[in-house]
Write a protein that binds this ligand. Structure first.
Ligand code: SAM
Length: 272
């Protein structure tokens, strides 16, 4: 079924209003492919019917947003943020603030299906080793997509998914075989607290986090929404806290509050 320009624009408004995700006119094929099954599921006959129903149903709106999110991710994606964490941020935290604060709070705020946050958890395990339990470490992971959060909290991945970024030693050490899949071990799984959250209507946990991963999500937003997002993240980060964004992203011209720090071929941001 083809989508009309008018229906496309109206669906783009719904998706943007409820997630910040900007859908351009050239995304007609994407809307058609992803939302056609929904028209069948709800026994509707057109995209116009879908819009009318979505305007009356927050459940359907959520479903539309969920289907329009792009959940592409992998374990240790881009590698360098995890080297940064292990070689610089965790040693700095331990030497400078660990003792005084007594806790380490990390947030993966667009965690998709969980590979990012489990890569963080593995890095923490590899860094702290058997001393891990002596530190009060909390890791939070959130995403707007219901289906992504369900998969992330299940912590179960296919052969193909684990082949993207994990080496054989990590797979053996941190996962167990479950039928045809691999399941994250409980000691890692229990470290992470998952939550559904829209970054444009965030629950601001004032100055709570030492490190925030906000990678490969702001690229889908308008400049105004990117500014809103990084403003609210600035409130959630504590003094000396660190923000890590995607390899192709930048906070240049977004917010004057942030200072970029280069490290070994990657970069992170701190509050000025
Ligand atoms: C491309 S994935 C990035 C996953 C991971 N951070 C990484 O870099 O591999 C983008 C994620 O952002 C989520 N997302 C999009 N809009 C969002 C919003 N308004 N609030 C929270 N998450 C959002 C999507 O559901 C998707 O899982």
């Amino acid at each position: 079924m083809r989508i009309t320009v008018k229906a496309l624009m109206e669906l783009a408004v719904i998706v943007r209003k409820h997630s910040g995700i900007v859908l351009k006119k050239n995304k007609a094929y994407l809307l058609e492919n992803r939302l056609q099954p929904l028209i069948e599921e709800y026994s509707l006959s057109s995209f116009e019917d879908l819009i009318a129903k979505a305007n009356d149903s927050s459940q359907l709106t959520n479903h539309i947003v969920d289907l329009m999110t792009t959940n592409e991710t992998s374990f240790f994606r881009d590698k360098r943020p995890y080297a940064l964490l292990k070689e610089k941020l965790l040693p700095d935290w331990q030497v400078n603030w660990g003792q005084a604060r007594g806790h380490l709070n990390i947030w993966s705020c667009a965690c998709s299906t969980g590979q990012e946050v489990y890569s963080i958890a593995i890095t923490l395990m590899e860094y702290f080793k058997e001393n891990f339990i002596n530190h009060n470490i909390k890791v939070k992971a959130s995403d707007i997509s219901d289906s992504a959060i369900v998969k992330a909290s299940r912590g179960q991945y296919s052969n193909y998914e684990v082949s993207r970024g994990l080496n054989a030693v990590q797979l053996k050490r941190y996962f167990t075989r479950e039928d045809a899949n691999w399941k994250i071990r409980d000691e890692l799984g229990s470290m992470v607290h998952f939550e559904k959250m829209n970054l444009l209507q965030p629950k601001v946990e004032y100055k709570k986090f030492d490190i925030i991963f906000c990678r490969n999500v702001a690229i889908y937003f308008s400049k105004t929404d990117r500014q809103r997002l990084f403003q609210s993240l600035s409130l959630c980060l504590n003094k000396n806290g660190v923000l890590i964004i995607g390899a192709t992203e930048s906070l240049f011209d977004i917010h004057k509050k942030w200072k970029r720090v280069d490290y070994n071929g990657t970069a992170y941001y701190i509050l000025k």
